[in-house]
Design a protein around this ligand. Structure first.
Ligand code: SAM
Length: 312
C-alpha cells in the first residue's frame, strides 16, 4: 500500500529534514500574487549538537526565528519567498526525477529565469499550458483563462516519461484519421484542456485553490513509476496526494495551514496518512466526517476515497 505523510508547518523547515535526492517527482502550486494577505514566520534551521530538533540521520538542529511578517502576496516578496524553496526542490530531486512548478502568467517568466539558473537551462523540458475557459470574461482585453506549469528534469538526458501511460484524447476531426486511430485517440500536446474543479461537483473539497485531480493524475502517471516517492510542499487540499496514492506512488504532502491539513485528513483518510509537526509524528486532526457525506462514492469499484474517479 502507498505510504502517505502529511506535514503541518513551513515547508522550508520541513524540507530541510529530507535527504538529497529523496523524491522522484515534485509538483508545487504555490500561492502567487493573489492580492490576499499572507502570514509568514521566517525561520532558519542551523546544525547544532545542542539543538532542540532531530533531523536527517539523527543530527540535531536548532530553529532560529528570523522574524514574522504578513505580506500581500506581491511580486517582490513572492520571488524572495520562492527562491530558497526552489533550491530545496532541486536538492531533493532524484537523478531521474522531474519538477513541476504550477504558476500563472504574471510570474511564470520570472520563475523560468530563476529555474534556468537553479536547474540549468538545458533541464527545462516543457511549459504546459492548462487552459480552462471558465468564469467571467473581460470586455477590455483577452480574458486570461490559463495557468502555466513549468517542467524541469534533473537530468535532461535521463528522466522518467511513461509514454504508454499517457491518457488519450479525442481527435478534433476523427473523420480525417480513420476509424482505428479515431477510436484510440491522440496524445495531448503541451496545451491541456481541463475544466476547473466544479463548484458544485463531487470532486470539490471546499479548499479555495483546489486543482483538478485529472491534471495531477496525468503528471503522476507519466512522470513517476509505481512505488516512487512524490512530494508536494504546497499541498492545499491534497490533490497531488490523491493522484499519487490512487496510482500506487508514495507521497509526502506539506502545508502551513491547519485547515489544509484537516481537508487532506478528510479527503485521504483511506490512505491512512501519518501526520507530522516539526518533524515529529502527531495524532490525526479532528475531522468532521458528515460534511462531505454527499461526496462519498458509491457502487462497485469504490476504493474508499471520497471523490469519484478522475476524468481522463
Ligand atoms: C495554491 S494552494 C495549493 C492548492 C493545491 N494544489 C490543491 O489542489 O488544493 C497553496 C498552498 O500553499 C500553502 N502555503 C503557503 N505558504 C506555505 C509555506 N511557507 N509552507 C507550506 N505551505 C504553504 C497554503 O496554505 C496553500 O494551501
Amino acid at each position: 500500500m502507498a505510504k502517505l505523510e502529511i506535514h503541518l508547518g513551513d515547508n522550508l523547515e520541513a524540507l530541510s529534514r529530507f535527504e538529497d535526492g529523496s523524491f522522484d517527482l515534485i509538483y508545487i502550486d504555490p500561492p502567487f500574487n493573489t492580492g490576499k494577505a499572507q502570514a509568514r514566520t521566517r525561520l532558519r534551521t542551523i546544525r547544532d549538537d545542542e539543538g532542540d530538533r532531530t533531523g536527517f540521520q539523527g543530527k540535531r538542529y536548532r530553529t532560529v526565528r528570523l522574524g514574522a511578517s504578513s505580506w500581500n502576496d506581491v511580486f517582490d516578496d513572492f520571488m524572495a519567498f520562492i527562491e530558497p524553496r526552489l533550491r530545496e526542490a532541486h536538492r531533493l530531486l532524484a537523478p531521474e526525477g522531474s519538477f513541476f512548478l504550477h504558476i500563472d502568467y504574471r510570474e511564470s517568466h520570472y520563475c523560468k529565469v530563476l529555474l534556468d539558473e537553479i536547474f540549468g537551462r538545458e533541464c527545462f523540458i516543457n511549459e504546459i499550458v492548462w487552459a480552462y475557459d471558465y468564469g467571467a470574461r473581460s470586455k477590455r482585453r483577452w480574458s486570461a483563462k490559463h495557468d502555466n506549469i513549468l517542467w524541469y528534469a534533473k537530468d535532461p538526458d535521463n528522466y522518467t516519461y511513461r509514454y504508454d501511460d499517457i491518457d488519450r484524447i479525442p481527435y478534433m476531426a476523427p473523420g480525417l484519421v480513420g476509424p482505428v486511430k479515431a477510436a484510440r485517440g491522440k496524445t495531448p500536446t503541451d496545451v491541456w484542456w481541463q475544466t476547473i474543479v466544479s463548484p458544485n461537483g463531487r470532486e470539490k473539497t471546499g479548499y479555495p485553490t483546489q486543482k483538478p485531480v485529472a491534471i495531477l493524475n496525468r503528471i503522476v502517471r507519466v512522470h513517476s513509476n509505481p512505488g516512487d516517492r512524490v512530494l508536494d510542499f504546497f499541498a492545499g487540499s491534497g490533490t497531488t496526494g490523491e493522484a499519487a496514492v490512487r496510482n500506487g506512488r508514495h507521497a509526502v504532502l506539506m502545508d502551513i495551514n491547519p485547515e489544509a491539513v484537516r481537508v487532506m485528513a478528510h479527503r485521504l483518510v483511506n490512505a491512512s496518512p501519518i501526520f507530522y509537526e516539526a518533524g515529529c509524528p502527531v495524532p490525526p486532526p479532528q475531522v468532521e466526517t458528515s460534511r462531505n457525506a454527499s461526496n462519498q462514492r458509491s457502487g462497485s469499484g469504490n476504493t474508499g476515497f471520497l471523490f469519484p474517479d478522475p476524468p481522463n
